[in-house]
Design a protein around this ligand. Structure first.
Ligand code: TMP
Length: 213
């Protein structure tokens, strides 16, 4: 059997939605179908990305949404150029834990201290930072924020600490902005038992792969 064409899939959703479990499942699914797979994490995956991740999520530095947006973009720029593009060029499929869509939705929601950034501006800046690279497929794991927030264990990071009302606005922004994230997009209902989420994810991904060739 010849190696399947490499594919770039991004998985996203609000905090606490169960991405890690479904990413592991998806990686096994692609591997079983003959793909070589690379998992990336946005922000993270590169040394610069890991340091920016600490600054962005684990520090208590205050910053406005534009600063935040640019730092997330810088991390992604490095990850795209040093990790994702080379893998895709080598025929390796990439599954990214979040991508530009997350940047557009999280940084577009403001509050009384920090106004949100216009989503269209974030798409434009993001395209520049990524050198135009878009996922072939974006999967959105969807669940009400009231349900996802109760699943978060341990201390909350900067985003999680913004609370349920912020997260529900992020969720709505995800649903609204998803069609702009890539050529193919799919919403998977994450508010059901884990096996049912995986089954829904599997049929959506296999359907897309069949169309992709
Ligand atoms: P996670 O890796 O555990 O999903 O955490 C990443 C957090 O950072 C999550 O709350 C989403 C947020 N985020 C942004 O605010 N902007 C971005 O561009 C990305 C990639 C993530």
């Amino acid at each position: 059997m010849s190696n399947p064409k490499s594919v770039f899939i991004a998985i996203d959703g609000i905090d606490g939605v169960g991405k890690s479990t479904q990413i592991a499942f998806l990686s096994d699914l692609l591997t079983d179908r003959g793909h070589r797979c690379l998992l990336t994490r946005d922000p993270g995956s590169t040394e610069i990305g890991k340091r920016l991740r600490e600054l962005l999520l684990e520090s208590d530095l205050t910053m406005n949404r534009r600063t935040e947006a640019m730092l997330f973009m810088a991390s992604r720029c490095e990850m795209v150029e040093t990790t994702i593009r080379p893998a895709l060029r080598d025929g390796i499929s990439v599954i990214s834990d979040r991508f530009l869509l997350a940047n557009v939705v999280y940084q577009s929601i403001g509050d009384s201290h920090a106004p949100g950034v216009d989503p269209s501006l974030l798409w434009e800046l993001g395209g520049l930072a990524n050198g135009g690279l878009r996922p072939d497929l974006t999967v959105l794991l969807d669940m009400p924020a009231a349900r996802s927030m109760e699943r978060i264990e341990g201390p909350r990071d900067r985003m999680e600490a913004r609370g349920e009302a912020y997260m529900e606005r992020v969720r709505q922004a995800f649903l609204e902005q998803l069609p702009k994230a890539s050529e193919a997009t799919v919403v998977v209902n994450a508010d059901q038992p884990v096996e049912a989420v995986s089954a829904e994810l599997k049929s959506a991904v296999l359907e897309q792969l069949a169309q992709y060739g």
